[in-house]
Design a binder for this molecule. Structure first.
Ligand code: B3K
Ligand code: ZN
Length: 891
């Protein structure tokens, strides 16, 4: 391997040449494809005395010809070629010129799923981040924005449908059974948004009339067989288009919007201009085959990609370090969209859970990087939960600081200033600031400092003068390459509860030697946002008539770890009364976390485990609450995950944490058996499946109750679950019953798994669920089952969804992946090497499971480290895997 090159943000330079118009012709073939590109180029500084070289990116291409203004260039004399670049030594510097390049590429052999490749016989592209260079020589960087036309030619029988970005301007037949289509995109775009699809596809058609009265045709393309499963995707697309108009005043800007679903895709979806390409799993759903959570993800992802049309496409990134500019913002937008379509607090709980599960560990490990990274070897390794989810939290903090209207003013200014441009995170910050004349103090640090800040709070009530004070201190932990950190502006939303559990009116806060009103309009506030910007700060509330219980960080107003002096009694009180539903849930989680940690200590000291009565009581009151939203109840009775608890230990102990979590679940199930059974009974329905909040909540609560019950390993419950499985009228209920049943090893488990496969073997997405369910199992020694499943005829290492289900699923069971005999590590080490030869992006995602190896005991450390070393010593390793494996070892 050539030594991988690290790219730094501080080295950013403007391009010496810009591209104006790009004309592409693809001649698609069954063995190879010919790509002709015709580009109008102009120098950044026209008329410069000496011309700078024009450096084009290109990987795995066969160059057939290259011309400038019709004149053929000669190798060595006019240009130089190596494995990454084609460099034209002295192009005309005085004026525009035309660059014509013809390359030959081999999509049929492309298993990396970037550039142009084949999925189920159809041609598909994926260009973000740097896949366009696998199609033709180009300045493959997002600050090169040009207008594209694209002519696609291919065999009409094999590829009846030919699609690219923009509007169809011409189509017709050619000799030899071939045909063509010409697409023209009137909007300037970076090449990462280019797309082409060709193949046997059918469409579900719909339309949407924009608020200015323009009619947009909507088409969702799949195989003929999958077409019936696109109803929900079409509904989601229309809902997203409407929502963006209502909430942000943003309208779609072309007459056609296409979505294509393909089975082989490296991530969820891609926002190519007017031709979104989706992983099938993020489009296809029917009541019989998809889960409630699939319906919810589809809604969110269709929204996300659609919202990119403004946040990403119309305004794009100057360079890849700015990725969060579009991703953090667009995740924030899709979160808000889903909130408005369902329950806001439940959505918030789900999003925070994901942040804690994936982003917190990343931020505390060897791959920790800021929302805007400082360097990378392979950009694809930086589509991370830090850039996406923490990035969305950063955007959310602007809204918390500015209020809804202020945030909207900031967004409006951002589009007004930057439509059609490739910009930076500072540009977004400046728009938010300038539109509101706001003081953001040291807020920009959120973009450049990695690590999850810890905020400590202590409180004091002075009954004589009726003041209540909150003292905060903040600390951002050191991360690789960043030992010292600065304080940064943290918005902390606070409410104070009186002894009846009601919010106290907040009139004024004394801070920094000044008395500030808690609310601008003179009305008392019940929640106020405190701005913590120094290492230590104190806020004193006046006119507080009794000792309150504080509700801190309401709605999770900042992505931090909060360390407060709340007692368990306070937490039970908040769990029962807080008007902020997020914090009610949070109080329950904190109680469960404390309980789990203390039981883990008992387990490690071989003490008997016992569950305290208060916890069972609190849990019962939530489970049987007749007023609370059912989906909220389901969230509130879900214990913190094993990973979350392991993260809080000095040395992570997967066996102890698993034993404790299972113990609590089983104990709760036995104490509350009657309540759980009643919950199952009361929440059944034989009505046809509807995806709406009330039905989804009902199913979720019923199914989590069933899952608790199944932990009892009671034959009567097994009968009940089997009955649920057999009588289910939708996949959500059927799969929940299956999941409950497979918790326990034995003949019933084997039979029901076989039965399920028999029923669904014709449906590849359901088969993926079947793989995933078995892979994630905590059954001892499961690695052997997973090895067997690798050989299953339905498994395919080239398909990312299958890899995600089986390999990713396996790594998500801490007891099996971290098995003390090293069998899990060895399995993953082998797979990473096999996968790396086919699909480096997929392989590097898998190798990430090793990255936190230092968190475990010495035996496990040695075993995991040996695998990382084995991987790194392998010849021909991809840069993707090299970067993650080497940083994991070093960090
Ligand atoms: N922008 C794409 C992700 C591209 C990943 C490249 N390795 C999907 C999205 O975030 O919308
Ligand atoms: Zn995105």
């Amino acid at each position: 391997m050539e030594t991988p090159k690290e790219i730094f943000l501080k080295d950013y330079k403007k391009p010496d040449y810009y591209f104006d118009a790009v004309d592409l012709t693809f001649s698609l073939g069954e063995e190879h494809t010919i790509v002709s590109s015709n580009i109008t180029v102009y120098p950044r500084t026209e008329g410069a005395a000496e011309s700078s070289p024009l450096v084009l990116d290109g990987v795995d291409l066969k160059l057939l010809s290259i011309k400038i203004d019709d004149k053929e260039l000669k190798e060595e004399e006019d240009y130089h070629l190596d494995a990454r670049n084609l460099t034209i030594s002295s192009p005309p510097s005085t004026a525009r010129f035309t660059l014509e390049i013809v390359t030959e590429i081999y999509p049929q052999k492309n298993t990396s799923l970037e550039g142009l490749y084949i999925s189920s016989g159809n041609f598909v592209t994926q260009c973000e981040a740097e896949g366009f260079r696998k199609i033709t020589y180009y300045q493959d960087r997002p600050d090169i924005m040009a207008k594209y036309t694209c002519r696609v030619e291919g065999n009409k029988g094999l590829y009846p449908v030919l699609l690219s970005n923009g509007n169809l301007v011409e189509e017709g037949d050619l000799e030899g059974g071939r045909h063509y289509a010409v697409w023209e995109d009137p909007h300037k775009k970076p090449c990462y948004l280019f797309a082409l699809v060709a193949g046997q596809l059918q469409s579900r058609d719909g339309d949407f009339v924009t608020r200015s009265g323009r009619k947009v045709s909507l088409r969702i393309w799949t195989t003929a067989e999958d077409l019936p499963k696109t109803v929900h995707a079409m509904y989601s697309l229309k809902a997203a288009m409407k929502w963006d108009e209502d909430v942000f005043g943003l309208e779609y800007d072309l007459d056609l919007f296409n979505i294509v679903a393909v089975p082989d895709f490296n991530m969820g979806a891609m926002e190519n201009k007017s031709l979104n390409i989706f992983n099938s799993v993020m489009v296809l759903a029917s009541p019989e085959t998809a889960l409630d959570r699939d319906y919810a993800s589809i809604l969110g992802v269709i929204g996300h990609e659609y919202f990119h049309n403004w946040t990403g496409n119309r305004v794009t990134c100057r360079d890849w370090f700015q990725l969060s500019l579009k991703e953090g913002l667009t995740v924030f937008r899709d979160q808000e969209f889903s909130s408005d379509m369902g329950s806001r607090s439940v959505k918030r709980i789900g999003d925070v859970t994901i942040l804690r599960k994936y982003q917190f560990p990343e931020d505390a490990g060897p791959m920790a990087h800021p929302v805007r990274p400082h360097s990378y070897i392979k950009m694809d390794n930086f589509y991370t939960s830090t850039v996406y989810e923490k990035g969305a939290e950063v955007v959310r903090m602007y809204k918390t600081l500015l209020g809804s209207q202020g945030f909207r003013r900031g967004m409006d200014l951002y589009f007004k200033r930057h439509d059609g441009q490739a910009v930076t995170c500072e540009d977004f910050y400046a728009a938010m600031r300038d539109a509101n004349d706001a003081d953001f103090a040291n807020f920009l640090q959120w973009y450049s400092q990695a690590g999850t800040p810890t905020v400590k709070v202590t409180s004091f009530y002075n009954s004589e003068v009726k003041t209540y004070s909150l003292k905060f201190s903040q600390e951002v932990p050191p991360t690789p390459g960043q030992a010292m950190k600065e304080p940064m502006l943290i918005p902390v939303a606070v409410g104070l509860l009186d002894s009846n559990g009601k919010d106290m009116p907040l009139t004024s806060v004394y801070h920094d030697g000044m008395l500030q009103a808690a609310n601008k309009d003179g009305e008392p506030a019940y929640t106020t946002v405190l701005r913590i910007k120094n290492k230590e700060e104190e806020f004193v509330f006046s006119e507080i008539s009794e000792h309150p219980v504080p509700s801190l960080l309401r709605g999770y107003s900042a992505p931090i770890r909060l360390d407060s002096d709340l007692t368990d009694t306070d937490l039970y009180f908040l769990l029962a009364h807080d008007s902020d539903e997020f914090n009610r849930w949070e109080a329950g989680q904190l109680l469960a976390r404390n309980l789990m940690l203390s039981l883990v200590a008992d387990f490690q000291q071989n003490k008997p485990l016992a569950l305290n009565a208060d916890f069972v009581h609190g849990f019962r009151s939530i489970l049987t609450d007749g007023i609370l939203d059912k989906e909220f109840i389901a969230k509130a009775i879900t214990l913190p995950g094993e990973g979350e608890i392991m993260d809080m230990m000095d040395i992570a102990d997967p066996d102890a944490v698993h034993a404790v979590r299972s113990f609590i679940r089983k104990h709760l199930a036995s104490e509350l058996k009657t309540e759980f059974l009643k919950t199952v009974e009361n929440n059944r329905s034989s009505d046809p499946y509807v995806f709406d909040h009330s039905n989804m909540s009902r199913r979720t609560l019923k199914n989590i109750s069933l899952s608790y019950l199944a932990s009892l390993e009671d034959p009567k419950i097994t009968e009940l679950a089997l009955n649920e499985y057999r009588t289910a009228t939708n996949m959500t209920d059927q799969f929940a019953a299956l999941t409950a049943l497979v918790q326990n090893p034995g003949i019933t488990r084997d039979d029901v798994l076989a039965d399920f496969y028999g029923k669904w073997e014709h449906d590849y997405l359901v088969v993926d669920k079947w793989f995933g369910l078995q892979a994630i199992s905590d059954i001892p020694g499961n690695v052997e089952n997973v090895r067997k499943l690798l050989m299953h005829p339905a498994f395919d290492l080239r398909n990312p969804n299958k890899v995600h289900s089986l390999i990713g699923g396996f790594c998500a069971s801490p007891v099996n992946f971290h098995a003390k005999d090293g069998s899990g590590y060895k399995f993953l080490g082998e797979i990473v090497l096999q996968l790396d030869k086919l699909n480096p992006q997929g392989a590097s995602r898998m190798v990430s499971s090793f990255s936190r190896w230092r968190r475990y005991d010495e035996t496990r450390q040695a075993l995991a480290k040996a695998q990382l070393e084995m991987i790194l010593s392998t010849n021909g390793l991809s840069e993707n895997v090299f970067e993650i494996a080497s940083k994991s070892l070093a960090g």
